[in-house]
Design a protein around this ligand. Structure first.
Ligand code: AMP
Length: 124
């Protein structure tokens, strides 16, 4: 299925500088910034600068340079936050309707600084 990119999504606006963000790290192909509604003491989003909707979209179509840059950016943020080695963290990429993705631009959440509980709540 094709991934139609909506260039009016909020992270596209952040990348264009139309709305502010709390930047943690900027690289050639990636941007990391603090989540506006943090769910843990550390809650950082890492996005590629390219127009990718989901992780699989990125992983299957981005250039090698973008993929290396993005992967290294995630690692660098973990280092900057003192998470590695440390008490650990959770990396989440909510995707599509079932994954409850609100913003249709690839982002991974890095959550840390408290016990995060089980990965998923009990089914119900
Ligand atoms: P998701 O449900 O995985 O798409 O998560 C989207 C995340 O983006 C949520 O955790 C929001 O709090 C966060 N968010 C929305 N708008 C902004 C913004 N302007 N700056 C930083 N984070 C944002």
């Amino acid at each position: 299925m094709a991934h139609d990119y909506d260039d009016q999504n909020i992270f596209a606006k952040i990348l264009r500088g139309e709305i502010p963000n709390s930047t943690v790290l900027e690289t050639e192909h990636s941007l990391a910034f603090r989540d506006i509604a943090p769910q843990a003491p550390d809650h950082v989003l890492v996005i590629p600068k390219g127009s990718y909707v989901t992780y699989d979209h990125f992983a299957t179509t981005a250039s090698d340079a973008e993929i290396v840059d993005y992967t290294r950016a995630v690692g660098k943020v973990c280092e900057m936050l003192g998470l590695t080695p440390g008490d650990g963290y959770r990396l989440i990429a909510n995707t599509g309707r079932n994954g409850v993705q609100d913003v249709p631009h690839l982002h991974v959440h890095i959550l840390a600084g408290r016990r995060l509980g089980r990965m998923l709540p009990p089914q119900g």
